[in-house]
Design a protein around this ligand. Structure first.
Ligand code: ZN
Length: 407
């Protein structure tokens, strides 16, 4: 296989999680008596442009279940993040009723509704029908398509170039990152700004976040690599911010290459830190598997120990990262009898691979487990606040990444 950005043959494995079902392929009761499809989950790193990427495998188009939809609005901290983003960008770039904001992967309108409220014209791009319909009910125009160079050029030809293009947690999910970036270039007004948010691979490595690896996540990005991809598309990263979301994300600000804005010190400083962390050498990538294995082993140790002592453990958050972790560790309902999730669409279903049932959060109150394992550690504070009542029966919270912590 060749690198998706620079076409260099990929010779180095970053992480091999064996085989796993798609992390969002939640199962119904009827599905439990059918065979389940597993796909290889192997991540490579390119030793030329340092793009960390999933290895291609056969029948990848079978991966995405058409009836699955993640609604961004179910996380209150993510909603607050989106509102802050809209306020900051409106102020920083002087957006008004004469501007156009485009969001790629606009989901259920969790972000663009803030621009609608401020009277700023916007356009969502979202191929998933159920979330697109939810956004339209909020008064947001939505194009139900995949984004790439062809759509970017069409928007440009229709006079719909944007002052601001937002892509929050979509860049890492696109299979053809070059085509997507050329689409951004085509749809951007002269003087306009692109912002992209994505988990920072430097944090993933630093905090052993191997559970954020899943099939739908095609790229794991550094500023260095994004800068290269932007340059190849005629764009430039002129500013960057580090965000706490998803365990440590970057928000890069892009413009046309010839834009008058100067590249900020923040870009140079972060490029330097990435170089100091060795991200353009093989060493941090080569040592990652052993660290991931330790997280897995420690979690299994903990669950087996509790079972032997007659203690009960339940999990909170039927998130994709939970599926990666549980499937790699081989955890089944005998060690973890149920997972709670606030999203009603997931309740009554089963986790892919592990077949652990997903219940409503009220199940914690009823079962009174000794431990609640928080699978989406990135929203652990929010989950602990919502479930503080487990202290009534001496319950404790557990997180397992980057290391096992009981509190
Ligand atoms: Zn490459």
């Amino acid at each position: 296989m060749k690198c998706r950005h620079c076409r260099t043959p990929l010779a180095h494995t970053f992480l091999d999680l064996g085989f796993a079902p798609p992390s969002n392929a939640y199962l119904s009761q009827a599905d439990l008596s059918k065979p389940e499809k597993y796909f290889p989950l192997k991540i490579k790193v390119c030793d030329h442009c340092w793009l960390v990427q999933t290895e291609d495998y056969a029948q990848a188009d079978e991966l995405f279940s058409p009836d699955y939809a993640y609604f961004s609005s179910t996380s209150s901290s993510w909603l607050a993040h989106a509102k802050r983003y809209a306020e900051q960008m409106t102020q920083r770039f002087g957006l008004s009723s004469d501007s156009l904001v485009i969001e790629v992967a606009s989901n259920d309108g969790y972000l663009l509704k803030n621009f609608v409220a401020a009277g700023i014209p916007c356009l969502g791009i979202e191929p998933t029908a159920s979330t697109a319909a939810a956004a339209e009910r909020l008064g947001i125009p939505v194009l139900r398509e995949f984004f790439g160079e062809a759509l970017g050029k069409r928007l440009s030809a229709e006079g719909k170039q944007a002052d601001l293009i937002a892509g929050n947690n979509v860049y890492a999910h696109v299979p053809d990152i070059n085509d997507f970036t050329l689409g951004l270039k085509a749809a951007l007004k002269p003087g306009g700004t692109i912002t992209l948010e994505f988990p920072h691979v430097m944090r993933l490595i630093e905090h052993t976040q191997f559970d954020t690896v899943y099939h739908e996540h095609f790229s794991y990005l550094s500023l260095y690599t994004v800068n290269r991809i932007f340059q190849a598309a005629g764009l430039r990263v002129w500013d960057v911010e580090e965000l706490p979301t998803h365990g440590g994300s970057l928000r890069v600000y892009g413009c046309h290459q010839a834009d008058a804005r100067l590249t900020t010190q923040a870009v140079e400083a972060l490029l330097r830190r990435e170089a100091e962390a060795g991200l353009q050498t093989l060493s941090p990538y080569a040592s990652f598997q052993a660290r991931a294995n330790k997280v897995k082993d420690d979690l299994l140790d903990f669950l087996i120990q509790q079972k032997r002592e007659g203690k009960t453990v339940a999990a909170y958050g039927a998130a994709a990262k939970g599926n990666t972790l549980l499937n790699y560790a081989g955890v089944k309902p005998d060690l973890l009898p149920f997972v709670c999730d606030a999203a009603s669409a997931k309740q009554g279903k089963y986790m892919p691979g592990s077949h652990i049932p997903i219940l409503s959060p009220q199940a914690i109150q009823q079962a009174q487990p000794d431990f609640v394992l928080i699978l989406p550690w990135n929203i652990a504070d929010e989950v602990m606040k919502q479930n503080f009542f487990i202290q009534e029966w001496g319950g404790k919270f557990v997180t397992s990444v980057p290391e096992l912590v009981v509190q």
